[in-house]
Ligand binder design. Structure first.
Ligand code: GLN
Length: 495
């Protein structure tokens, strides 16, 4: 009687009608419409475990699984959103639609496995964490001061005159000519702007394009460790297999025998970051000669990242490995304008290499990005034509920042590395007893208000005892960071 009464209630009738409509909608969507569009992606898993792993549900709570199934089948939410569903949200289970939707349950696109071997960039993640806690961001290396005024004025003028459409895919003519004039002087040979340059979207694209130009899937590539984290992802994305060779702290020297052992595995290339991020090593001419001789002996390419080429502190100097005898032929020199002109956001980089290599690199670049931003290339030409005094001044200013920051750390009794080039210092945090340097950096941003990068993101070895700061900041910013770091010892003790 009671049930009959309920069924007679108009509200309940409406709800039942709504449920029927919803079920009919889901039935239509899943059984009729979806299969028309996703015929080719139907996956029939061999067993439940594979199916659950594929869906990212293996090992999750039962309630999560049910909610996933129901939501997924009703197509109310896209799969990626569901994968992040917190366990606590799994209370409601609109199971009503499930019987109609089994068919579409396995008709989802499988994502590529390519990125499974790495996380998002920890360096860039630390910028977001710094912002969250209002920390002075000494993690991701970029300046907080302006680019040269001449370049900004030129950019403002270009806003009204253009160019605003694509440049030639491998770089605007005048940009390549200006770059050729500048780099020819530095590298000690004429760089042909027509045949030996590709302009890219930052050195990040340059490195990736260089890797894809050189390496076939399965090829080996030597990477010094510690290394800038992009190289790990670059090798994986291009299908290559890294062979890591340690740079031994505190001076971050390599052992020639260890390096030769790596070359004996017949790598296709070696990646050389000079001056090195994160350890600040400026490779000497002798060290570069050892690398060059091995590259020649074992017939390997050298892919460089020389984005800090103008930031090498006296008495150290920068030597381009491409300028050593017999090396231009086998070197793919990558660099960018980001650090030299304080324009990291303009994303202007380049590859310099012999014509046969550039021909291939241009194809990779063309299909990856078409080209670097045309108005920004145009504005940057002014910078590329700056006289030598600009670079002297840049180095003087970085030398001052380095001195200020290192002295500040010394005064606080904080041990650190002393960079020969680039703008990074590494600190040993073993005394604090943290198991995870990532955890340390998050707490440092929160409790002390300074952003750093956990060293583990640079080391292949299981190293958790370093963090990295950069000092490409105004003096005031560095003073503020040092003031806050005064509290580091007290606030970072494990509680
Ligand atoms: N090279 C800089 C660093 O190591 C910035 C990296 C980046 O995010 N492109 O912090």
């Amino acid at each position: 009687m009671y049930i009959l009464k309920i069924y007679n209630d108009q509200k309940v009738k409406n709800i039942i009608a709504l449920c029927i409509l919803l079920a009919a909608y889901c039935f239509m969507l899943n059984m009729v419409i979806s299969p028309l569009f996703i015929r080719s992606s139907i996956m029939l898993p061999p067993d439940t475990k594979t199916a659950f792993k594929f869906l990212g549900l293996w090992g999750r709570k039962k309630s999560t699984v049910w909610v996933y199934i129901a939501f997924r089948c009703s197509r109310l939410f896209p799969a990626p959103a569901l994968r992040r569903l917190p366990e606590t949200a799994c209370v409601v289970c609109p199971i009503a639609v499930f019987p109609y939707c089994r068919y579409s349950f396995f008709t989802m696109y499988k994502l590529s496995d390519r990125t499974a071997g790495f996380t998002d960039s920890v360096i860039r993640r630390m910028t977001r964490i710094s912002m969250k806690y209002g920390a002075v961001n000494l993690s991701q290396g970029f300046p907080d001061f302006d680019p040269p005024k001449e370049m900004l004025d030129r950019l403002a003028a270009i806003a009204h005159t253009g160019p605003h459409q694509y440049s030639i895919t491998w770089g605007a003519q005048n940009f390549r000519e200006a770059l050729s004039d500048k780099q020819s002087k530095l590298m000690g040979r004429h760089i042909d702007p027509e045949r030996e340059i590709v302009v890219t979207c930052g050195s990040t694209e340059a490195m990736m394009a260089a890797m894809m130009t050189v390496a076939n899937p399965g090829d080996k590539v030597i990477v010094f460790s510690p290394f800038y984290e992009n190289y790990g992802a670059d090798t994986i994305l291009s299908g290559a297999e890294p062979i890591y060779v340690p740079l031994h702290p505190p001076l971050f020297n390599f052992d020639a025998n260890e390096l030769e052992a790596a070359f004996k595995q017949r790598p296709k290339a070696l990646i050389l970051c000079n001056p090195s991020n994160p350890c600040g090593k400026a490779f000497t001419r002798d060290e570069l000669t050892v690398i060059a001789e091995l590259a020649k002996k074992y017939d390997a390419y050298v892919i460089t990242d020389e984005v800090y080429e103008h930031i090498v502190y006296a008495p150290h100097t920068h030597t381009y490995i491409a300028s050593l005898s017999g090396m231009f032929e086998r070197t793919i020199s990558c660099s960018a304008l980001s650090k030299t002109y304080s324009i990291t956001g303009w994303r202007l980089g380049y590859i310099i290499a012999p014509e046969e290599i550039i021909e291939v690199a241009r194809k990779v670049h063309d299909f990856l990005t078409v080209g670097a931003a045309a108005p920004l290339q145009e504005a940057a030409v002014v910078g590329l034509r700056f006289p030598a005094a600009y670079y002297d001044n840049l180095l003087r200013e970085y030398t001052e920042r380095r001195q200020l920051f290192l002295k500040g750390l010394d005064d606080l009794g904080i041990q650190h590395t002393t960079p020969e080039g680039a703008y990074y210092v590494m600190l040993d945090i073993s005394e604090y007893g943290y198991e995870s340097d990532l955890d340390f950096c998050e707490k440092l941003a929160e409790r002390v208000g300074v952003g750093a990068v956990p060293g583990s993101s640079f080391f292949k070895e299981n190293v958790n005892s370093f963090i990295r700061f950069h000092f490409a900041k105004k003096h005031d910013t560095l003073y503020e960071a040092l003031n806050r770091l005064e509290k580091m010892k007290e606030r970072m003790r494990k509680r």
